[in-house]
Write a protein that binds this ligand. Sequence first.
Ligand SMILES: Nc1nc2c(ncn2[C@@H]2O[C@H](COP(=O)(O)OP(=O)(O)OP(=O)(O)O)[C@@H](O)[C@H]2O)c(=O)[nH]1
Ligand SMILES: [Mg+2]
Length: 470
Amino acid sequence: MPLGSDTVQRDTHELAFLVGIDVRTRGRGQGTVTPQAQAARDAASAGGNGGKSLHPAKSSTNKPSIPEFDAEESLAELRTLAESAGAKVVGEILQRRDRPDPATLIGAGKLEEIAGAAASANADLLLFDHDLTASQQRNVEKIVKLRVIDRTQLILDIFARHARTREGQLQVELAQLQYMLPRLAGRGIEMSQLGGGIGTRGPGETQLETDRRKIYRRVRHVEQQLENVRRIRAQQRQRRESAPVAVVALVGYTNAGKSTLFNALTKAAVLSSPRMFATLDPTIRSVTLPSRRKVLMSDTVGFIRNLPHTLVSAFRATLEEVQRASLILHVSDASSRLSVEQDAQVEIVLKELEAEKKPRLRVMNKVDLLDVEVAEALVNDALLDAKTVYISAAEGIGLDKLLARIDAMIEEDRISRVRLRIPQKEGKTLAILEAQARIYSRKYKDGAVEMEADAPASVVRRVREWIVSK
Ligand SMILES: Nc1nc2c(ncn2[C@@H]2O[C@H](COP(=O)(O)OP(=O)(O)OP(=O)(O)O)[C@@H](O)[C@H]2O)c(=O)[nH]1
Ligand SMILES: [Mg+2]
């Protein structure tokens, strides 16, 4: 690798050259794009920038097709991904082709051209906005004489950077090993020579440079350790489940603002960041609803289109919280031009998790970035749609309404009205009620307090000996 020595010095800012590929045959099955389709595409991209899309989920009566990111949007997303991996983007090229080249994805002539452009921009690596087979990757590297990373590998690398807990790190390592296995042939020596950098972080160089058998052994070892970690998690969960507390899971496209919302609601300090996939490890905290019931809120890894399949399964544990949740909060970036496409991707993952039928609340975030009057109307109009709430997690707008809506949708630990008569010396019982019930009336009589309150079932059970009537 000619740039090997350089990359060590600039590890924090590798210079990346992006390659997008627009393969026109996809989707239609016809080989060419119809003039109507092209016109629609042009119209969509022309109208997109000025007016922000404010149409939540109510698409027209068209057939339920999955909206696709077009190649430019996809390349823009790759740019953000590259930056999230710590690279500096020094150039990009979008290559349109009718059909992918089986050997190199894009033609050898075009690759020479890209190699020239990348060299003059001093790039350390080429990032492909497409997945490459093992042999394509090798062939392309031979021609461009640069390290070549595909989209899956880039996402794996970001995951490797951001995993904090033991479980998260093990999951990423497993996914990286699985990605590497079919790509091992003929690469052993090159890998050992690479310095640190995108696509080389992770399982540990010593394992990578050895043979396949050793990697298999490592896979088994990691799987065993994951099993252990998961067993402990399951025990913790069992303990949690003995109390009737509902789990509310935040899901959404990467960067939608889930962690920011999680922080705002739990007043916790979970890293929120403009980088994609800032959150990898599931985080659970308790939130008190207006009814004074507590729920457990779980912040999860963000979704992205074409999430590498190895990761979908590897991150099963992270998403287990979604499968167990009583309520799913689907957070979207209301200011994003791509929110419809992003929502469709979230839908796909929810289906994969068999969680698409769970009670759901749509949370349209970042309304502070919309036109002020539009935002105000959206936040205040409660009749708009019982299943949608507009908020700004960063500015704290609409959070009370969101909490009230969650409260209304949670079935666990039902609230009921009770009348109680409690001796004044029962300080502890009175304190429980003060903290966990809504008290409507209080009368002091003969050393006792008579009160009427709305309390969750768990509290009612604890104070049952003082109940006068329900
Ligand atoms: N303007 C604005 N920015 C926001 C809002 N909520 C979040 N952000 C920003 O959006 C970016 C992403 O926020 P995160 O909370 O990390 O997003 P996330 O959904 O947890 O992302 P991943 O964990 O990567 O999936 C950060 O730069 C936040 O500051 C909001 O209401 N308004
Ligand atoms: Mg997050």
